[in-house]
Design a binder for this molecule. Structure first.
Ligand SMILES: [Zn+2]
Length: 454
């Protein structure tokens, strides 16, 4: 009996020790993140010196070199570049004005959609037809649409609490709207910017033409000017818009993913990937989308090295290239992993901004999801409580086929689309404390997922 009690006592002591250790480590991770400015300084550099780093640009090349050096400075055991084929799209001259015999004349704040084709330097002058969805297009048909500019003006639904869901409910106007309008003979497309904010920043983003359609020029208009255009159309349906957008697509070129590793101490041939995307739209500094996600991954490396945290598995910080246009960074990374027969245990993406951390999303079910959700207790001292089903991201999703658990970092989403894909996505929008809290949360979560073999 005494022996059993002794064993039970020992079990209890060791359990308490195991339970205490991660809490102490998490505390030191948060202390380190919250008292160091390296990640914030890295973000400032990316924003102010590699602004507009869309894949294929000189700014992107400069960002790659900076990220490589930042990973070396963070103490990564190895840092390397991985070749990625990328499109090469270049914005041109952009002008847009509306002329109404009733209301007068006004310039509209526009920006070409990524990968869109352009007009010639003289542009297009045409009547405009406003629609809100593809059913309306179909109802109007060739007769009403042919030879006109189609204006997609369905706002994000403000009743939807999660901003990403609201965006998801409107973004098809941008991604496939130009193709759909082209089927009915439209000359060009103007799409309302994908933001809940009413302001004068046009928000770009990629459009994807179907193979079967004639590619037509496509631009986004600021939400304020979308409102104005819509109002004018109500009183004067025969108003005209003059649109110039001389962007061009050039042959594909080569760029790189930037990868830094902290070697695993027990299972070095199993990998956990943590990343964001290094490319950003050409009109943006790319602070919240997604310089923040990149510097948080670099910061994880720095924190592990500074605190002497030795993960069991090899942890990779990956700055993916070309998330914004065709996602070849994520695809290439997974293809290479498959070719090398690598074991990918888990992957976390931070590409939902760097506002205050709320928690994480996990692409898991049943007992596995329950175990992951139980991790929330470690984070309650930091007010990080949302451990929900539903994880992933465009850069890490190709790793799913290799069995990697998909995890999303989930900061508060309310302000993200104010900045997303616009000239309003600047370094000044990022709060250092929120960025640091996110870095600490990510480094802590990855530490636990690795330690507890989740
Ligand atoms: Zn992004």
């Amino acid at each position: 009996m005494r022996k059993i009690i002794a064993v039970l006592f020992l079990f209890q002591v060791s359990y308490v020790l195991i339970a205490q250790e991660p809490a102490k480590i998490l505390s030191s991770v948060f202390d380190e993140a919250l008292t160091d400015r390296t990640a914030y300084n890295n973000l400032e550099y990316l924003c102010k010196h590699t602004k507009g780093r869309i894949a294929g640009s000189a700014a992107a090349e400069k960002a790659i070199e900076y990220a490589r050096q930042a990973l070396i400075n963070a103490g990564a055991d190895t840092v390397w570049l991985q070749k990625v084929p990328v499109p090469h799209w270049v914005r041109g001259i952009e002008k847009c004005s509306v002329t109404s015999s009733l209301n007068g004349e006004k310039d509209l704040a526009i920006t070409a959609l990524g990968l869109s084709v352009g007009t010639d330097e003289h542009g297009i002058t045409s009547k405009v037809i406003e629609v809100h969805n593809f059913e309306e297009l179909k109802t109007l048909g060739l007769k009403s649409i042919h030879g006109k500019i189609v204006f997609f003006n369905r706002p994000l639904d403000n009743k939807i609490l999660n901003s990403f869901s609201a965006y998801g409910g409107a973004v098809n106007q941008r991604t496939v709207g130009p193709s759909e309008a082209s089927r009915y003979g439209a000359l060009a497309v103007i799409v309302r910017s994908m933001t809940q904010s009413l302001d004068n920043f046009p928000h770009t983003g990629v459009t994807r033409y179907a193979d079967s359609v004639n590619k037509i020029p496509a631009v986004a208009v600021s939400t304020l000017d979308a409102e104005l255009l819509s109002q004018w159309l109500k009183t004067d349906p025969s108003l005209t818009v003059h649109l110039v957008s001389t962007c061009r697509n050039y042959p594909d070129t080569l760029s790189y993913n930037v990868i830094g590793e902290v070697y695993g101490s027990l299972k070095p041939h199993e990998y956990i990937t943590v990343g964001g995307h290094l490319d950003a739209w050409d009109i943006a500094e790319g602070a919240v989308d997604d310089g923040g996600g990149c510097v948080q991954a670099i910061e994880m490396v720095r924190i592990y090295k500074k605190l002497g945290i030795k993960p069991k598995r090899t942890i990779r910080a990956v700055m993916f290239m070309n998330e914004e246009m065709t996602g070849t960074g994520g695809k290439t990374y997974a293809e290479e992993a498959k070719r090398k027969d690598e074991i990918h245990y888990a992957a976390l993406e931070s590409d939902r901004g760097v506002m205050s951390p709320r928690g994480f999303g996990f692409d898991a079910d049943g007992p596995k999801l329950e175990k992951l959700q139980a991790l929330a207790s470690w984070f309650s001292p930091y007010n990080i409580r949302d451990f929900d089903k539903g994880g992933g991201g465009s850069d890490i999703s190709p790793l799913k086929a290799l069995g990697a658990l998909q995890i999303s970092y989930m900061p508060d989403s309310q302000r993200y689309f104010w900045y997303h894909h616009s000239a309003n996505d600047t370094f000044e929008q990022v709060n250092i404390r929120e960025l640091q809290m996110g870095s600490a949360a990510i480094a802590s979560l990855i530490y636990l997922v690795d330690l507890l073999d989740l």
